[in-house]
Design a protein around this ligand. Sequence first.
Ligand code: FES
Length: 322
Amino acid sequence: MSNIDQIPVRVTAIKQVAPLIKEFTLEPQDGLLTPFSPGAHIVVEMVSTGSGTDKHSYRNAYSLMSDPLDSRQYRIAVRLQDDSRGGSVYMHQQVEVGTQLKISPPANLFAPEWMAKKHVLFAGGVGITPFLSYLPELQQRQAEFELHYMYRSKQTGAYSAELQENLGSGCSCYDADLGNRCDIAAVMSGQPLGTHFYICGPEALIDAVRATADGMGVPASAIHWEEFAGAKPGLPFVVELSRSGAELAVAADSSLLETLESADINVPNLCRAGVCGQCVCDVAEGEVEHRDSYLSDREKQSGQVMMPCVSRAAGDRLVLDI
Ligand code: FES
């Protein structure tokens, strides 16, 4: 998000909804927020307290889980990540009711395919959040759907009771801490022609559903997924911008995109997770450690382009053609 796109909001409620998940309600400083489409996300900018080099800003994408038509507030849920660069720790430990944050306008890379005959939703842990924003419209359209929600109650089992109450037999919950597992192949087989499948959760769940779909001959166009893995930490390096000659230090826990943004260099971006292709940058020199799932193997091998939201230098220096 460019700085002019940023919307100032205030945290008006925080709920611990599972041992590792907190839910945050965000309200605008003034006026109303824009309605959004089901499956949309926002980017939250967090500036940690501290001064000088201790001051750190993170920008993480979170799915909106509130009713898309409710412009008074947005709600997001944040899982405390095991390998957090600091963003989820900041949200869990430093954000309080009254904290002011800046967010991007909503963007959507995971909208339902409304032409589908039926919608089958697979959620893993905090991956339930985009589906919570699907539900009002699925219900209002009287669309045929079923939700399969996998979690560990000792860590991430938020909203399961409400969902079961709201959806009845339309929601199947699988608590791995109780030994309950979802038989993905059994769920997928026997669905009517024209069913679309949606997955949000850990990479392993996405891979498992995609592999099952592949084995069953489900067309790729009927499979939709959203990973919520953002940038991961790495070794620090220096990036040089060839057009201005400027040099920026990319810290171990900052992404290259965040570093560029902190220097007021706006790079278009949507997912901040290496999947949408928006942030592509030309590389003039240096080796890249590609961590995205957008570029083809050939593009990665060419060494000429990279996705700075997740990818980093493979060495201690990189020159970008910007
Ligand atoms: S912002 Fe989507 S790939 Fe980088």
